[in-house]
Design a protein around this ligand. Structure first.
Ligand SMILES: [Zn+2]
Length: 318
């Protein structure tokens, strides 16, 4: 592998725009970040994307061979057009590829951020090589990506692996996608906080959580309370783990991947959910996994999107 080749990688989300100079051994040589907000409007966001890419170009001692973009949106695999990006709706129908190509004079490729995280975890996060892998990110929303027969699989229009919108409850809470009762409405960070508030109210249970400011509750607080033995918080994670286990059972029964990798901020509480996840999988998945449930925590943290974007860029230049 020629580690002297360089790529520009960018991860464009609803609140952060992160960028990096990465070599072909997936080493991040230098990185930076800036805030983005949908309120800025399309033109300002696009200008910020171009300015950030130019900054990375200035860092590079040799000309990067290509640029890869990880986008928080379903992405058309041929054109890079974003379809209904839930947190950056002003970019609906926009592909950054043309503007960046024109400004940088190099090949530019783009894909969904969770798909690229799947690519990065597949290539660099595992100790052994696998052909089929699913990546789920439990974060502000629930995103997904998949590697099938060693290749990223986007579907025909870029809408594959949107597991976050799997219906888990016919009469469940409203989801940002327009449907209701989606997996995302139970296992995203904000959903976990909502469920905790509902349970505190409904049950009137004693909990150390009540000693803090309930308005500022985060999944991290709930995980910490559970680790310190708060019975109520343990019950919350058991409940969230049940939803996660049901969704994972559907993925196992449809794709039969060798491994499912869980990333995103909420994945730091995976150990607290594992018992109920296992219970659901053992009941609902057809393959008899028993104690060999193929679920792992992500290894590359929040850099997976950037590394995946660079990997896609290198894979697309010869
Ligand atoms: Zn949904």
């Amino acid at each position: 592998m020629n580690s002297s080749r360089l790529a520009i990688a960018m991860d464009i989300g609803g609140t952060n725009l992160r960028f990096a100079l990465i070599n072909e051994s997936a080493v991040i040589l230098k990185k930076g970040a800036t805030l983005t907000s949908d309120h800025e409007g399309k033109d300002a966001i696009i200008q910020r994307i171009i300015d950030s890419a130019r900054l990375v170009l200035e860092w590079a001692e040799a000309q990067p061979v290509a640029m890869g973009l990880a986008l928080a949106s379903p992405v058309d695999p041929d054109t890079g057009i974003m379809h209904m990006p839930p947190n950056i709706l002003s970019l609906q129908g926009y592909s950054p590829i043309h503007d960046l190509k024109t400004n940088l004079g190099m090949p530019v490729v783009a894909a969904n951020d969770a798909t690229l995280a799947a690519l990065a975890e597949h290539r660099y996060g595992l100790k052994k090589s696998v052909d089929n892998l699913v990546y789920l990110t439990l974060s502000t929303g629930v995103g997904g990506g998949q590697i099938i027969n060693g290749e990223i699989y986007n579907g025909s229009r870029g809408f594959a692996a949107e597991w976050g919108h799997l219906t888990l409850d016919l009469d469940g809470p409203q989801c940002n996608c327009g449907s209701n009762g989606c997996f995302e409405t139970f296992c995203s960070g904000p959903s976990i906080v909502r469920i905790t508030h509902e349970l505190l109210k409904e049950t009137g249970a004693d909990s150390t959580l009540r000693q803090g400011d309930l308005e500022k509750l985060t999944p991290l607080n709930i995980a910490q309370a559970a680790r310190e033995g708060d019975q109520f918080s343990l019950t919350v994670w058991n409940k969230i783990g049940r939803y996660l286990g049901i969704a994972l059972s559907v993925i196992l029964n449809t794709l039969d991947p060798e491994i499912i990798i869980i990333g995103g901020g909420v994945s730091s509480a995976l150990d607290l959910m594992l018992e109920s996840v296992k219970r659901e999988i053992n009941v609902r998945a057809l393959f008899p996994y028993v104690d060999k449930i193929p679920i792992r925590s992500a290894q590359l943290g929040d850099e997976a999107g950037l590394i995946g974007a660079a990997t896609l860029a290198f894979d697309n230049v010869t």
